[in-house]
Design a protein around this ligand. Sequence first.
Ligand SMILES: *[C@@H]1O[C@H](CO)[C@@H](O)[C@H](O)[C@H]1NC(C)=O
Ligand SMILES: *[C@@H]1O[C@H](CO)[C@@H](O)[C@H](O)[C@H]1NC(C)=O
Ligand SMILES: *[C@@H]1O[C@H](CO)[C@@H](O)[C@H](O)[C@H]1NC(C)=O
Ligand SMILES: *[C@@H]1O[C@H](CO)[C@@H](O)[C@H](O)[C@H]1NC(C)=O
Ligand SMILES: *[C@@H]1O[C@H](CO)[C@@H](O)[C@H](O)[C@H]1NC(C)=O
Ligand SMILES: *[C@@H]1O[C@H](CO)[C@@H](O)[C@H](O)[C@H]1NC(C)=O
Ligand SMILES: *[C@@H]1O[C@H](CO)[C@@H](O)[C@H](O)[C@H]1NC(C)=O
Length: 926
Amino acid sequence: MTRLWLFLSLLAVGLCSTAQYRLKDIVTGSGSLQGTLELINGTCGPYAGQMPDVATLRLRVECLPTGPHIRIDDPARRRYEVANISVLNEAPLSTCTLYDLTYTEEPFTLTLTRPGTSHLLWKSLPGLVFEDQYIEWTTILGSPETAIYGLGERVGPLRLDMNHTYTIFTRDNGGTPPDVNLNGAHPVWMDLQADGQAHGGMMLNSNGMDVVLTPGDASHVPVVPATMQWRLTGGIVDLYLYPGPSPHDVVRQHTRIVGLPVLMPLWGLGWHQCRWGYKSLDEVKAVVEGYRSANIPLEVQWTDIDYMDAHKDFTFDPAQFPQAAFAAFVEELHTRGQKWVPIIDPAIKAEASHEPFMDGVRGNLFVQDQATGLPLVGAVWPGNTTFPDFSNPATHAYWTKWMRAFHEMAAWDGIWIDMNEPDSFTDVPVGTFLELSGGARPDQPLAEPELPMPRDPPPYLPGGRPLAEHSISPRAVQLAGWHYDLHSLYGHHEAVATNAALAVRTAPRPTLPPRAAQTAPHLGLTRPPPPLLSSTAPLRLPLGLRNVNSSGRYTMHWLGDNYSTFVSMKYSIQGIINFQQYGMPFGRRDHNEIGKISQEPYVFGEPYTAIMRRHINLRYSLISFYYTLLVDSHRTGTPLFNALAWVFPHDPLTHDIDTQFMVGTAILASPALEQGATTVSAYLPADTRWYDFYTGVEAPATGRVTLAAPLETLPLHLAGGHVVPLQEPAMTVAATVAQPVRLLVALDSARHAQGTLYMDDGVSADSVQQAAYTEVLLTAENETLAATIVHHGFPAACERMLRNVTVLGLHPPADMPRDATIVEVSPASATYQYDSANGILTIGLGAGLSLCQEAHISWHFTHTAPAQGFPWWIIVIAVVVCVVGVLLLWLVYRAKTHKRRQPGGYSSVPQVEPTPGSDAPAPSAV
Ligand SMILES: *[C@@H]1O[C@H](CO)[C@@H](O)[C@H](O)[C@H]1NC(C)=O
Ligand SMILES: *[C@@H]1O[C@H](CO)[C@@H](O)[C@H](O)[C@H]1NC(C)=O
Ligand SMILES: *[C@@H]1O[C@H](CO)[C@@H](O)[C@H](O)[C@H]1NC(C)=O
Ligand SMILES: *[C@@H]1O[C@H](CO)[C@@H](O)[C@H](O)[C@H]1NC(C)=O
Ligand SMILES: *[C@@H]1O[C@H](CO)[C@@H](O)[C@H](O)[C@H]1NC(C)=O
Ligand SMILES: *[C@@H]1O[C@H](CO)[C@@H](O)[C@H](O)[C@H]1NC(C)=O
Ligand SMILES: *[C@@H]1O[C@H](CO)[C@@H](O)[C@H](O)[C@H]1NC(C)=O
């Protein structure tokens, strides 16, 4: 009986765990498809008992310049959707050649392939569940060996484990435990196939979700495909697919949809020092001084909540961080070209005497408690707090107002926004609001959202932890809707508001104009920036081209509260690489927790401080290289940091490497990631020449190699084919970029290399748009390094000098003997040295060549023997000797014959020149 029941229930699950739909009213176009999905087989989704499957859905597939866009929604009933969408300034494509689209009507399935191939972009299984708070749709992955990246934020292997459920829902998880959802929400993935072809996509949905990866089985007959199942707890299916075919194409297609990364200020690339637990302004000053006396660059000093008065935003602790003294300290930093970035938490202390609180109450700008209709009270660092509702545009004006007031107290340069998962130490209001506000209340509570109040807990709970845990209630009310739908957008909305507030900064230095307001920069580092923008007006979505601006347009990201451990260092590689994919190319600093031992580089003593100084200096010496990459990322979306797999996708051995990374595509770092390690096992993809970054010597072997990695050395390689600019490190990035440039020219096997050098003032927000930059293309080809001016709009570039060139991997060309060597370098004023054993040519250009002018530097090889200047004088002497010799002989002969003739007649003995090496008898001498 039990057995029969089991069988029946299994059968029931098999038949009816996922509802099926029939596609009808089909309208097809080139790359597009519209139709109605009608539920068949009754309502049998997993939660049908609580919330019936939607009977009729609307399907639209359209073609965007980036690839297909699939949307499934309910035409009859409003649902939440992520919606602040702007139209790209591009005409829609009349035809879409990026994919082939096929479908089945009953049951409905959809298949998108790369044209003319079987490469799957999306192939849905027959089931589709579409219920109130649960959507489930499954796609088959192209092959069981496929590598999936993304679905963040989390720490764990870069290449995702295929037997795992990935939760996406912003949560502050101290210590960043592996494999669970962390601070950011990025429902974005990349699928890299074993043949090197990549595609990817984004599920534009801000609700908590699980993405279930299930491995395939290639050995099974028939082959069991790997699958990716989306389990969304609300919203709609809004799927952007990116056909690639290279990993970089996938990232660029994504940034084209969500917006290109904001251009950070140049100073953002410098060294940043932060900690929680600086006890006084004097201690902070001592840190800045500690760096200075240790001769270590410090670009930006950050301060955590310690500086605040009782942890209240927009205040200074009068005893330990008095405001006037702090303002003077910041001015002092500025005179040295340094910056200050303070933390500002979103939560506002609920206290009648705290004016930012009362201001927010009057404006009704706080997230509201559903039950009381009053601002919701949570608990963050200052104790009882309320949460600004950043989905309300009025809150942006409020935020700017207080940021301005704060800037007048001390002239901050950027803002660190934290705790915006949003984080609350309890979801239970610990006090009654009116008690805290002294009876003050908003005039008019926010209207409850039109959408029905979500069930909490929802029938399906992503990640299995209560939604409100360490956060606020999903039933809290915001202007844009239920917190349930907006939770993972809270940090993003705060980033948008904070970015706008950056406009209040006055010119930091007379010589460095501030970046302008909205595209401005900054290290408004946010913790949880999802790639999505929310809406106060759902369902106003015209089909067509869209540009959903992501957090990367407003801010950078930091990787949560990890530890100073080797494993956290290892995971930071994966974190930084993943965020490239999400359109947030940058974000890192030295941070520390309260109560832990200090970790500023100078406290360690020798040899450690020297090692750290050397590596910070190394970073500074590459600042122009980093900045050029950062600008490229801003202009095109191309990642600044790369996984080896994204640069060498056709080499499947790279696909799961996450212990090495590339800066751009030119520099490969292979750090030792285990304590005490003195060697590191690294992978150097074949078919590329690799050079030791420090010595310029070509790596003797490619493939898996063991590199020396003593504590004092970070193993770095230069990839052939790249030109990398280097400068002497100075104490700030601004001083460094003004230094003379030395180019490292790493030749590939075709004796070719290329790179660019981008220069602007480092601070204006619109340098790119205003063309106020100078860009130099550097190409080594035909034994010549050419500097070509692509654009010249930054006058100061003319004062910057190209002073040295080092060519790596330079051996005589194939049509010359191996001992051919360099005979000439032009311009003629250049000095040079050629290390023929290692193929390294170092060229000095004297005072240097201006970097706003075209330049050519060339070198010539020639054969050693004839080339060394043929010794003509030896021939001349030989000829003279011969002539004289012959003359003498002739004279002697004449004398002899004359003698013989005289007494004894003629004797003809021929005179033979001695032939060296011949056995001929020496001629009878005279
Ligand atoms: C689903 O319904 C269709 C017709 O609407 C029927 O042909 C099919 O057998 C049903 N499938 C199941 C599993 O009940
Ligand atoms: C997205 O960013 C672009 C470029 O900065 C801007 O023009 C556009 O208004 C933004 N869109 C939204 C919806 O904010
Ligand atoms: C998948 O994961 C589950 C649970 O972690 C484990 O029991 C199972 O063996 C795994 N399957 C495979 C194929 O690795
Ligand atoms: C959405 O866009 C509108 C118009 O661009 C803007 O006024 C509003 O502030 C945006 N909402 C959010 C939450 O950013
Ligand atoms: C929060 O407010 C309540 C009510 O006024 C009060 O009892 C409680 O002590 C406050 N909590 C903190 C941490 O200040
Ligand atoms: C380099 O040499 C090749 C072959 O002679 C020629 O086709 C090419 O144009 C040359 N390139 C430059 C930049 O002179
Ligand atoms: C650069 O070239 C100059 C001469 O032009 C030389 O004095 C200097 O040592 C060179 N610097 C490097 C780093 O090679």
